[in-house]
Design a protein around this ligand. Structure first.
Ligand code: NAP
Length: 214
């Protein structure tokens, strides 16, 4: 299975690093083009290639490592998915300009973190995300915790847990394999409606917690 990563920021670069540690091949992309990734690619070694967004989006498994507010813009321009797997690693939060009124809004419980929750009504975020990737099989993964947890799957006496959820069993099985390949311990949380809600920031009960499989 080929892997493409869209986004090379905190999440995309650390995911690529986690794949590179195990020699797993992937194409990583960003908004500035492959040349901007030269130093990261040098660090990652031969298994990770820089590509355009279109090249990364052509993989069998495409990981969305972009901000929620960029999802519609990026994904509405991509070719047909035809049943390929898209991993939604996003969280529905908006990053705030520290000088904005929102950043000082006392009614925003996340203001201290420089973010605010995006209001999706009663929709689960991957349900909204799925609208932008028609025909794809969406799996939610790699989103539940700070990227610092991706730096090493092993901890004393155990392995870091990565959650995943989705509505297509075969797609979930592929993502499970990918998580296992990186050395992390995969835990299936069920459907997007159930598992996605549990593991999605900012308010999912399992989000932002670091679980260890011992
Ligand atoms: N940071 C974390 O600890 C963490 C953990 C779990 C989940 N997440 C989620 O992961 C997602 C990404 O977060 P992040 O912290 O990695 O954000 P980030 O550091 O701001 O990185 C965002 C990436 O998206 C790329 N991008 C923006 N517009 C694009 C476009 N039009 N085409 C292609 N690429 C585009 C940017 O490209 P350029 O580099 O060219 O600007 C950048 O590489 C968010 O949804 C976040 O909620 C983050």
């Amino acid at each position: 299975m080929s892997i493409g990563i869209i986004g090379s920021g905190a999440l995309g670069s650390n995911l690529a690093r986690a794949l590179a540690r195990k020699g797993i091949s992937a194409t990583i992309s960003n908004s500035r083009g492959p040349e901007s990734l030269a130093s990261l690619i040098q660090e990652f070694g031969p298994s990770i290639k820089a590509g355009t967004v279109q090249e990364a989006a052509g993989a069998d498994i495409v990981i969305a490592a972009i901000r929620w507010t960029d999802v519609e813009k990026v994904f509405s321009r991509l070719p047909a998915w035809n049943g390929r797997i898209v991993v939604d690693a996003t969280n529905p939060v908006e990053f705030l300009d520290p000088n904005s009124a929102d950043a000082k809004d006392p009614s925003n419980p996340l203001a201290a973190y420089g973010i605010k929750a995006v209001d999706l009504g009663d929709k689960q975020s991957s349900e909204v995300f799925s609208q932008f990737v028609p025909g794809a099989r969406v799996v939610k993964a790699f989103n539940h915790n700070d990227v610092a947890a991706l730096s090493n799957p092993d901890v004393a006496g155990g392995r870091h847990v990565l959650f995943y959820s989705g509505d297509d069993a075969a797609a979930k099985a592929e993502v499970r394999k990918l998580i296992e390949g990186t050395g992390f311990f995969p835990v299936d949380l069920g459907s997007l409606e159930v598992g996605g809600r549990l593991a999605t920031l900012p308010f999912g009960a399992l989000a932002a917690h670091n679980f260890i499989k011992i």
